[in-house]
Ligand binder design. Sequence first.
Ligand code: AMP
Length: 178
Amino acid sequence: MADAALDARLRAAIRDVPDFPKPGIVFKDISPLLQDAALLGEALDALAEAARPLRPTHIAAIESRGFLFAGGLCERLNAGLIPLRKPGKLPWETFEQSYALEYGEDRLEVHADAAGPADRVFLIDDLLATGGTAAAAVTLIRRTGAELVGAGFLIELAFLDGREALHGFPVEALIHYG
Ligand code: AMP
């Protein structure tokens, strides 16, 4: 969790966009935060601080907004990067995992040789909502044989109880709503 001063600055740089991408959803737009070099750096520092004690060898990032934080985290932690991608994007042999969306279904894929039993993987995404996306990501990472050592999010919509879908490792979010 971010300290009080950072928490306030992060909140001020995340704007609510009602009814995007569809009616009833309040979209948390992190664009103003991404545009602020100092604040982006501090958010990455705080996420890296949460991950560092878990000694990750790799950061696994969920397409696409997880990618925005993955490079900075890998650089800070001297870790490798594993992209978890939408269907049909990865060129090599993959593992696939479907998950439920509010309406319908989506799928994530990982290269089958992206990690192995010697590896300690920390998962990153911008936002934890119902936890369906992150739970699919966890399943994929474990299928490579790697250990899932923790997960980090910039934002947690706590009222959706997404943490309930994530078991057996620490879950860190810098700011919480609800
Ligand atoms: P969930 O699987 O319900 O935890 O949804 C998490 C994924 O959906 C993340 O990759 C987020 O980027 C995206 N997401 C879900 N809800 C929102 C929201 N209110 N604002 C922005 N992104 C969201």
